[in-house]
Design a protein around this ligand. Structure first.
Ligand code: ATP
Ligand code: F6P
Length: 485
């Protein structure tokens, strides 16, 4: 049964009466100034230990929080150079395990200099390109290689160096990672059969194993993740951003799971075209609440699931028939529209014409008087994201603006598009995180509801999402596209 006493009233926190509309009060919130933050994260690990995966996850997370982050992948640099050389000399590119043998002196030199070149690009980008976090995605698997990185960064002022080691001795995880490499058409193996590719890649791993040295240097700052978080070692990690990076990485897991998003059923305010508030569901919204359990149960089967709602009545009411553990999060409450709470968009336009125009001009940054902007909501969502990364199957019954922010994180969508993402009522969005992106399915129940999506004025297109899509993210580096997480 829906328990009204469990619902906190938000009205008290709102500004008492609307201030006059003042031209120029954009309520536009500037991007935080992170220019002093300069961190180098140097990856450490054998091939197929998830270094690129972790690099890209970290990049997506920190970019979502508006840090300037870039991954410098030494493998991509190697391929670009090899391609150029092969074209110049009219020879075939060679990426076989011979190139990774430490008894092959010429190749070892060449690999060292590629790693150095990539580090130089990273440092230049931090210094001149305004970057905050540069991720050096290489194996950095020996003490001497790490000492070189350390010595080079000691010449730079104000740069913090953290090593991130991924250790894994779980045969199943390694085998799955190798298979992924072979089956996803890794560019190193584009001209090889899957069988030859597998053999060669295993040989490459064993070449690295011969000289691999786990981090034991006591003076280094490092985070070591063993078997995807089974054991985590942290040494000399200080400072806000470094600790945050470490905390995020130690919460990641790769167990298969699904994340479901649904807005609450249609509310009375939705029917009246009003925003915000704490109204109950409309009769059609109630129908949705009743139909939801069958859809979810059909989908998830016997697997455990936890339902998260906001503290607002419409989400708690929508979740009421779901036979799963439920948690209520204040952080999941809808974007606070401040003095505009409870008004229709037309009323807002009349009462605050300039604000309305400012919002249309830059919806992500616009902050309602006495309320929030989308940017504020993104910051508010950080603990939710962290917990989502830790958890397995989760269904969030949320609100339009909140789900847009969470959805943008999982699909790595740009800020400008975020406030226009289509999250319709009476629709369940199922996200399944994969190594290279996130699969998506949408299920719309045949229960009519109003459309609360306001398109971007003057035509700008909302990002298209099809009923079943597989989105893959790509990191562009040196003319080559590498699948990332
Ligand atoms: P290479 O050095 O050959 O480029 P890599 O270490 O960068 O290899 P990835 O390409 O990132 O390896 O491997 C991707 C796979 O790693 C994904 O299938 C992902 O599920 C898995 N993975 C993610 N995190 C970890 C981890 N901490 N340990 C082991 N595997 C992981
Ligand atoms: O209209 C429903 C709603 O959840 C409002 O409560 C909220 O203010 C709005 O959507 C957020 O959407 P937009 O940012 O497009 O106004």
């Amino acid at each position: 049964r829906f328990d009204e006493s469990a619902v906190a009233s938000r009205k008290g926190s709102l500004a008492p009466s609307p201030p006059p509309s003042v031209k120029g009060i954009g309520k536009k919130v500037a991007k935080p100034d992170y220019s002093e933050q300069k961190i180098v994260v140097a990856m450490v690990g054998l091939p197929a230990r998830g270094k690129s995966y972790l690099s890209n996850k970290l990049m997506i997370y920190l970019r979502w929080l508006e840090y300037d982050v870039k991954v410098f992948n030494v493998g991509q640099l190697r391929r670009t150079k090899a391609r150029q050389r092969a074209q110049q000399l009219g020879i075939k590119e060679n990426h076989t395990a011979d190139f990774f043998s430490h008894s092959n002196e010429k190749a070892t030199q060449s690999r060292d200099s590629l790693a150095e070149e990539s580090l130089e690009m990273l440092i230049r980008w931090l210094k001149e390109g305004g970057g905050n976090v540069g991720i050096h995605d290489a194996t950095n698997s020996t003490k001497s290689r790490r000492a070189k990185i350390e010595a080079r960064l000691a010449k730079e002022k104000g740069m913090t160096l953290i090593f991130l080691e991924s250790l894994c001795d779980d045969p199943a995880t390694i085998a799955a990672n190798v298979e992924l490499k072979v089956s996803q058409g890794d560019p190193d193996y584009k001209d090889m059969s899957p069988d030859d590719a597998r053999k060669d890649f295993l040989r490459r791993i064993s070449e690295y194993e011969k000289v691999y040295e786990t981090i034991t240097e006591p003076h280094l700052s490092y985070l070591r993740i063993k078997n995807v978080g089974e054991e985590v070692t942290m040494s000399r990690i200080n400072g806000y951003l470094s600790s945050r990076i470490a905390f995020y990485l130690m919460n990641l897991h790769i167990r298969p799971r699904s994340i479901f998003f649904s807005r609450h059923g249609e509310s009375q305010y939705n029917v009246e075209g009003k925003i915000g508030g704490d109204s109950l569901l409309s009769p059609r919204g109630m129908q949705y609440a009743k139909a939801l359990p069958a859809l979810i149960t059909d989908n998830i089967g016997e697997k455990p699931l936890t339902v998260w709602t906001s503290t607002l009545k419409r989400t708690i009411q929508t979740a009421q028939y779901l036979p799963y553990t439920k948690l209520t999060w204040k952080s999941l409450d809808e974007l606070d529209a401040g003095v505009c709470d409870g008004m229709t968009y037309e009323e807002i336009e009349q009462a605050y014409p300039d604000d309305s125009a400012n919002r249309d001009e830059d919806k992500f940054n616009y902050r309602y008087r006495g309320g929030e902007s989308y940017r504020d909501v993104v910051v508010r969502m950080e603990p939710v994201i962290m917990e989502l990364e830790r958890q397995e199957n989760i269904l969030i019954i949320g609100h339009q603006a909140i789900l847009r922010c969470l959805y943008a994180y999982f699909h790595h969508l740009p800020q400008a598009d975020l406030p226009y993402i289509k999250i319709p009522l009476h629709t369940v969005i199922k996200l399944t995180p994969k190594a290279y992106g996130c699969d998506e399915e949408r299920y719309t129940l045949p229960i009519n509801a109003v459309d609360t999506h306001r398109p971007k004025p003057k035509a700008a297109k909302a990002p298209e999402v099809h009923s079943t899509t597989q989105r893959k993210y790509y990191v562009e580096e040196d003319n080559e596209m590498k699948p990332s997480v």
